[in-house]
Design a protein. Structure first.
Length: 131
């Protein structure tokens, strides 16, 4: 390094990056909660091979965006918002129509809303500022 050259100043993380990492953590936790609720809903009464396969199929929309969300890829966050709708609809329908499943349906509904909010929060806080 030349004596006249000064090292580049280090940048402190911007508040946006701090908030986006928080939203990312909330998105990951809410995805895990969704997976646990779906598996618990199907496997707690009587775990069978058929119920296990159904649980795996129902978890597929949650597992599809998992790697992209863990790697903080904005494109994955964008299309993952579409994966929330089935869980929201099932949670709302079961909460209204099935009194015996209200607790798990409420957890599924709360998880879906939290996941959706976290996805949108990450997208809002991680976008590049307009110059």
């Amino acid at each position: 390094m030349n004596a006249t050259m000064t090292p580049a100043p280090t940048r402190e993380p911007s508040p946006l990056s701090i908030w986006s990492s928080r939203w990312r953590a909330v998105a990951v936790v809410s995805m895990v909660v969704q997976i646990v609720v779906v598996v618990a809903w199907l496997l707690l009464p009587t775990p069978t091979v058929a119920r296990s396969v159904i649980a795996l199929i129902l978890c597929a929309p949650l597992l599809a965006p998992l790697l992209g969300i863990l790697r903080a890829r904005r494109y994955t966050y964008k299309w993952a918002t579409l994966c929330v709708a089935p869980y929201f609809v099932v949670g709302l329908t079961e909460a209204v129509a099935n009194p015996s499943a209200r607790m798990l349906a409420g957890a599924l509904l709360a998880g879906a809303l939290t996941w959706f909010a976290a996805l949108l929060g990450f997208l809002r806080t991680s976008r590049e500022p307009d110059l």
